[in-house]
Design a protein around this ligand. Structure first.
Ligand code: UDP
Length: 407
């Protein structure tokens, strides 16, 4: 795992120095993260990187989990979907199971943080312990877009949320009015991970060869889970409009997650839409193929993310970090990343996507400039080091409720 100093060549010495300065102000404070799983999902992914780096900076950061059985996690999965606005049948039994398991965790999990950072709804009820820890500061870190939640679930959660000192959301549009202090902390990518680190050209060529993709014409790609909301069939339709004038090929690559019953269907429909066009490559990618995803993104001439709905859209961050010109839908966190005509092109329809792709294929200098701006935008805003700094500032803010923190 890379050390903090290895990020200096990417973000400069000042950023690293700031991290040390801020971390120094947290001496003696224990920061305890609590979530529900050590592996799988974005939260665990980020904590796996964040906690060791905080520790290296001298912050006493810890990470513990709540425990729960199948019925608890079935209920919280339904809550998760319902909070995202997906129709779900929520039963009173689910709330009962949630409270029973929460009470067991309240009794059993050892809480010792000066700052308690509680991730997502699963461990939210631990806030009941706040009274018995009078000097502790409690933060609810919500990674979900709760802007249009199922009312039943939201009403159940709000009495807990209101007891926290602060809440943190990933994008301004993801939050709700709350009577507690709110912070915005965007997600980030790790520039030194296998998914994002620089790759030698031979490795990129080898991955293209493995998937029988010739390198003789421009490559348009979308790399995302096979999910209706990522609209892979819409990408194919856009490609067909482009193909009338520009000789090019299309890669649609992604996982067919075993925990997503719809993905196999979406994959099949995407294959069908591709028909027998030999310039369309539909690639099922097994999980853990970070180096391959990195290589496919780097091999692309234009990267597309034509989502109908999106969370933050980390695939966009990854593409921009590779200085790729991107065409992406104006949804979720994407407009925070793609500033139209500056760090990529935003689109609102299939024909709009096709128009933008053609523009980038026909103006390589313009495309290059957008890609360069995109990389710089990510360097400034969406790398792990910025994320670390935001967390350090957040913890310090708990001790300075009204102040601005000076370095
Ligand atoms: N990803 C992956 N394998 C795939 C498809 C996507 O590892 O088959 C990665 C992708 O590189 C990104 C993340 O999963 O890091 C997807 O995050 P994003 O926010 O774009 O969308 P989500 O899948 O969470 O809706």
């Amino acid at each position: 795992m890379p050390k903090i100093i290895e990020y200096e060549s990417i973000v400069g010495p000042n950023t690293i120095e700031e991290l040390h300065l801020l971390a120094g102000k947290l001496q003696g404070k224990v920061i305890q993260n609590i979530n529900s799983t050590a592996v799988g999902g974005g939260v665990a992914e980020i904590l796996n990187r964040m906690v060791p780096l905080l520790q290296e900076l001298g912050v006493d950061a810890r990470w513990d989990f709540i425990k729960g059985g199948e019925s608890f996690f079935n209920a919280t999965k339904k809550f998760h979907n319902a909070l995202h606005g997906k129709p779900e049948e929520i039963t009173p039994q689910m709330f009962d199971v949630f409270m029973e398991t929460s009470q067991r965790n309240i009794d059993e999990v050892k809480l010792h943080g000066d700052v308690m950072l509680i991730h997502d709804p699963q461990p939210i009820a631990l806030i009941k312990k706040k009274e018995s820890m009078p000097n502790s500061k409690w933060i609810w870190r919500c990674h979900i877009d709760v802007s249009t939640p199922n009312k039943q679930v939201w009403d159940f959660l709000t009495p807990f949320i209101h007891q926290y000192d602060s809440a943190v959301f990933s994008a301004p549009g993801f939050s709700r009015p709350l009577p507690i202090r709110q912070f915005l902390i965007s997600p980030s990518i790790d520039p030194l991970s296998d998914k994002n680190k620089d790759l030698p050209q031979e490795m990129i060529d080898a991955v293209l060869e493995k998937y029988h993709i010739p390198n003789d014409k421009p490559i348009i790609s979308q790399i995302s889970r096979f999910d209706y909301l990522k609209d892979p069939v819409g990408v194919i339709e856009a490609y067909r409009l482009v193909k009338k004038r520009n000789n090019c090929q299309l890669i649609i690559a992604g996982g067919t997650a075993t925990d997503d019953p719809e993905s196999a269907k979406v994959y099949a429909e995407t294959k069908e839409a591709a028909g027998n066009d030999i310039d369309i490559h539909i690639l099922p990618i097994p999980s853990g193929s970070d180096l391959e995803i990195n290589a496919l993104q780097r091999a692309s001439t234009v990267i597309v993310q034509k989502s109908l709905r999106e969370g933050f859209g980390l695939t966009v961050t990854e593409a921009l970090w590779k200085a790729k010109p991107i065409v992406a839908s104006s949804t979720g966190g994407i407009p925070l990343q793609v500033k139209h005509k500056y760090s990529g092109l935003l689109c609102h329809s299939i024909s709009g996507a096709a128009f933008a792709i053609k523009q980038l294929l026909n103006s390589p200098e313009y495309a290059k400039k957008l890609g360069e701006n995109g990389r710089e935008h990510v360097r400034q805003n969406f790398l792990l080091t910025r994320h670390l700094k935001d967390y350090l500032l957040l913890f310090l803010c708990m001790y300075h409720p009204e102040d601005i923190i000076y370095l």
